[in-house]
Design a protein around this ligand. Structure first.
Ligand code: 3PG
Ligand code: MG
Length: 400
């Protein structure tokens, strides 16, 4: 997959200013970064640029400041975590992106072995507008452009696409790893492929489901969105989360699956609670007897067995979205059991396992298997758009 792209191997980086687009949209609480996964993922590229004599100059967005300078969304907050993970000095280059002379001066002075982080690219409206003048100013700060931010690749912004056409450009190591993993998931996977799609709502995943049924041999639908399908099949789902207006959409997706010879696997039993809170009393019901005052909050044990049997028949699994309300035990059970089962088959070399999306990463971490899958993507929107089969502008812009 990364053929068609240049990589760090294709450039002499000695003495070069390397503009490195990274995703530093990390969770922050009380002025501290609470999860450094995204920083760890880009560390390899930063280190390699530095080791090869280049100066890594990080470009990133942070939050959604909508084209205005907003001190609350300054990337400065990320500097300590970045220094800690990298073990390197990070110089912060402040700019409002209308004038980059101050940032250029910081870059000019940065000593070999250090890293420069430039202020939030979204402080200027030209970022989201992919504005040529902003692109020129951005490009003036470097000699080479490297994109290591797969998770921002669904945005056609100045720092993700525009600049790639302006400077010699390459994919970074994290981007390469991501694209290779995705290729192994849906591009040229070992078949059969099983997909698990969970989460609350069908409405946010219609395109994704329609794309998947054409590509995979089996599709497990779980989480709140399964209720909509179960309802569409004529069952009473009580007070469960359910998008009743999407009944026809659910039926259409099931028809399309049948035409495409994709087996749809829905829960056959559900763990019902009467309050949406941790450790509330719960009981398992078959589909035809769900208590009308209760809410299905997790897939039941028979459903879990059915999913495991389906996984046994697959060589590749692609997973997005939890099977139940995994944040509130005991409704984490199905997600945890299935995740551990997939991890175990991965360990035995029987399964290639690819997962992605914010909730999914949290669920896999909760199950203790985040490091045990073949690949876990930290991308949210970009991972979904990839699962939808849509082109990603940030990836396309790197194609030589
Ligand atoms: C993310 O956090 O998913 C990426 O950084 C993209 O952020 P965005 O949805 O604000 O473009
Ligand atoms: Mg997002």
């Amino acid at each position: 997959m990364t053929k068609g792209f240049k990589t760090l191997d294709d450039f002499d980086l000695t003495g070069k200013r390397v503009l490195l687009r990274v995703d530093l949209n990390v969770p922050v609480n009380d002025g501290k970064v609470t999860d450094t996964t995204r920083i760890e993922r880009i560390a390899r590229t930063i280190r390699e640029v530095s080791d090869k004599g280049g100066l890594p100059i990080l470009l990133a967005h942070f939050g959604r400041p909508k084209g205005k300078v907003n001190p609350e969304m300054s990337l400065k907050v990320v500097v300590p975590a970045l220094e800690k993970v990298m073990g390197k000095t990070v110089h912060f280059a402040d700019t409002d992106w209308t004038d980059v002379s101050g940032a250029a001066a910081v870059i000019e002075k940065a000593e070999p072995g250090s890293v420069v982080l430039v202020e939030n690219t979204r402080f200027h409206p030209g970022e989201e507008g992919n504005d040529p003048e902003l692109i020129d100013r951005m490009a003036s700060l470097g000699d080479i452009y490297v994109n290591d931010a797969f998770s921002a690749a669904h945005r056609a912004h100045a720092s993700t696409t525009g600049i790639a056409h302006k400077l010699p450009s390459a994919a970074g190591r994290a981007m390469q790893a991501e694209l290779d993993a995705l290729e192994a998931g849906l591009g040229k996977p070992q078949k059969p492929v099983i997909a698990i799609v969970g989460g609350a709502k069908v409405s946010t995943k219609i395109d994704l489901l329609e794309n998947l049924v054409e590509k995979v041999e089996a599709l497990v639908i779980g989480g709140g969105m399964a209720n909509t399908f179960i309802y569409a099949l004529g069952y009473d789902v009580g007070k469960s989360l359910c998008e009743r207006d999407l009944k026809d959409t659910a039926l259409r997706i099931m028809d399309k699956a049948e035409e495409s010879h994709c087996a749809i696997i829905l829960p056959i039993d559900g763990v019902v609670g009467w309050h949406f809170e941790a450790n509330t009393p719960s009981r398992t019901y078959g589909l035809d007897s769900i208590d009308k005052d209760g809410m299905v909050l997790d897939a039941g044990p028979q459903s879990v067995d059915k999913i495991k049997t389906a996984i046994n028949e697959a060589r590749t699994i692609v997973w997005n979205g939890p099977l139940g309300a995994f944040e509130i035990p005991p409704f984490d059970k199905a997600t945890v059991e299935v995740a551990q089962y997939a991890a175990e088959r991965t360990r035995k070399g029987q399964l290639v396992s690819i997962a992605g999306g914010g909730d999914t990463v949290a669920a896999l971490a909760h199950a203790g298997v985040k490091e045990k899958f073949t690949y876990v993507s930290t991308a949210g929107g970009a991972f979904l758009e990839w699962m939808e089969g849509k082109p990603l502008p940030g990836v396309d812009a790197l194609t030589t």
